[in-house]
Design a protein around this ligand. Structure first.
Ligand code: AMP
Length: 212
């Protein structure tokens, strides 16, 4: 969990590589649907471009399908889901039915002014999804991914208006999900306003505590 720009996607890459989890990012799945011009993509695009959440029923159905396809016993990293208490409750009942549970809810906190700066200068590789920051972590060649030479792009919802709306929506609808996982005893708060390697170490500590 964490507001837009907190570094969820970046840290998700570290987590799936290190812990062998399957990365399920609802925002990525929605963007793929928009690109393929599916029925879901056509409905979702308007909400996404204006920085609003896609309605719960659509997202919950989409997640149910994604989870149903996983091999038994495969651990999952959910990125960008749940974003409302209704989604968190739906997830609980889906997992109950499968005899599974949420072990850890990592909650990355970053001040709002830092988020706005990060998102407005964010460039992402079309091929591998690596994020760059034009000011603090630029690619070696502008517009080109250092890792695989893929084209870098800016997201349609990283515009100032959509970013403002996404932060508002986060405070109103997603912040209560933190309290939900706090009550379940699985929430771990991380200070995301530090170098990515330092945040990675804090995440590793959280996983180590889980295994202990
Ligand atoms: P993200 O890539 O996680 O920042 O998501 C981009 C956009 O996709 C969000 O601003 C929402 O419009 C939509 N979205 C992604 N995940 C969800 C979710 N769990 N519930 C509702 N909308 C979502």
């Amino acid at each position: 969990m964490g507001p837009p720009g907190a570094g969820k996607g970046t840290q998700a890459r570290h987590i799936v590589e290190r812990y062998g989890l399957r990365h399920v990012a609802t925002g990525d799945v929605l963007r793929e649907n928009v690109q393929r011009d599916t029925e879901l993509g056509r409905v979702a695009k308007g909400y996404m471009d204006s920085g609003q959440l896609v309605p719960d029923e659509l997202i919950i159905d989409m997640l149910r399908a994604l989870i149903a396809d996983l091999p038994e016993g495969q651990g999952v990293l959910l990125d960008g889901f749940p974003r409302t208490v209704a989604q968190a409750e739906a997830l609980e009942s889906m997992l109950d039915a499968l005899g599974r549970r949420v072990d850890l809810a990592l909650d990355i906190e970053v001040p709002a002014d830092v988020l706005v700066e990060r998102l407005s200068s964010r460039w992402i590789c079309r091929t591998c999804g690596t994020s760059y920051n034009a000011a603090t972590h630029p690619p070696q060649t502008p517009g080109v991914c250092d890792l695989d030479g893929g084209e870098l792009y800016q997201r349609d919802d990283d515009t100032p208006g959509a970013v403002r709306k996404r932060l508002e929506v986060y405070a109103e609808q997603t912040a209560p999900v933190s309290a939900f996982y706090e009550n379940c005893g699985v929430r771990r708060v991380l200070d995301g306003n530090r170098d990515r390697a330092v945040v990675e170490d804090a995440i590793d500590d959280a996983f180590a505590a889980l295994a202990a």
